[in-house]
Write a protein that binds this ligand. Structure first.
Ligand SMILES: [Zn+2]
Length: 304
């Protein structure tokens, strides 16, 4: 029995190991009773429905057994385990193994598996896994055709391509020194041009107090032309504005004393100034009429 409780006998010597060692038992207890044969007793649950090979009873998925677990080999570096279980309805034994290659369990002896896997082909679909598996007998003519096609592809496409790549590689690797010199020379020239440009830009920015982060336009003939055109346009606009203002002032001066009929007949003034003139005239007329009205009222007051 394992040392489950905390009772330490008086003759136990801690320097010679734990309680299990003192009692001559294993930490896993009864489950380790066949450990010398490489067998550990584990709880194993049936991963699918089976029929027992001895009593022919159906055993449902999920029934649990105290199985003898044993390593029986490797698939690549993954161990393959076998689980040997005793049927609970009879005295027969059956064995199930792991199948790392297909990530499955397989029944190896003593039982039959009920095949309930989803088969797309049976249900009107198509198999999604590779169709030409190993070991499946293939049509020799198809196989020949395939190999002939592959060979043709190799000779006509892959080989010339590889040769071309090889040639290119040889061309670039034949004289690395001169290529390096050429490349560095080019980089140096580009760097020099870049440096002079930056210096000029910095000078310009310093002169006009522009922020250093401002990006200047590349200076070339087209940019210069565009800038010149823009400048000319701005200048013309400014001149036009000045002329309009001057003409308006002149019209104001001219239109105020003249009558509305004369203003409208003489070379058409702009509508704002003519409106202004009319408003002024109306105001003047009302002013004079109100004076007359007040005179009339003062004259009539004594009668009323
Ligand atoms: Zn059975």
């Amino acid at each position: 029995m394992q040392g489950f409780n905390k009772y330490y006998p008086p003759d136990w010597d801690p320097s010679k190991g734990g309680l299990n060692k003192f009692r001559g038992t294993h930490a896993l207890g009864d489950r380790a009773r066949k450990l010398d044969q490489g067998i550990l007793i584990t709880r194993f649950e049936l991963p699918f429905n089976i029929w027992c090979g001895t009593c022919n009873n159906h055993i449902g998925m999920g029934v649990r057994y105290n199985a003898e677990k044993k390593k029986i080999g490797n698939y690549l570096s993954t161990p393959i385990y076998s689980f040997r279980c005793k049927c609970h309805l009879c005295d027969g034994w059956f064995e199930i193994q792991t199948d790392p290659k297909n990530t499955q369990y397989v029944v190896t002896s003593g039982a039959r598996r009920k095949d309930e896997d989803w088969d797309p082909e049976q249900n009107g679909g198509f198999a999604i896994h590779d169709t030409d598996k190993e070991g499946v007998a293939v049509d020799p003519l198809v196989a020949l055709e395939k190999t002939a096609g592959a060979e043709k592809m190799l000779n006509e496409v892959h080989k010339p391509r590889i040769e071309a790549l090889q040639g290119l590689s040889d061309h670039y690797n034949s004289d690395p020194y001169s290529l390096s010199v050429k490349a560095r020379h080019k980089f140096r020239q580009e760097k020099k041009v870049e440096q002079t440009k930056r210096k000029a830009e910095d000078e310009l920015k310093g002169r006009y107090g522009l922020p250093s982060t401002l990006k200047l336009v590349e200076e070339d003939d087209r940019a210069k032309e565009e800038a010149h055109a823009q400048w000319l346009k701005g200048k013309q606009d400014l001149a036009l504005q000045g002329n309009a203002k001057r003409r308006k002032l002149a019209l104001d001066v001219v239109s105020f004393p003249t009558s509305s009929s004369a203003a409208s007949s003489s070379k058409r003034p702009d509508p704002v100034s003519s409106l202004k003139a009319r408003v002024l005239q109306n105001t003047a007329a009302r002013h004079s009429s109100s004076i007359f009205g007040s005179i009339a009222s003062t004259s009539t007051r004594p009668k009323g």
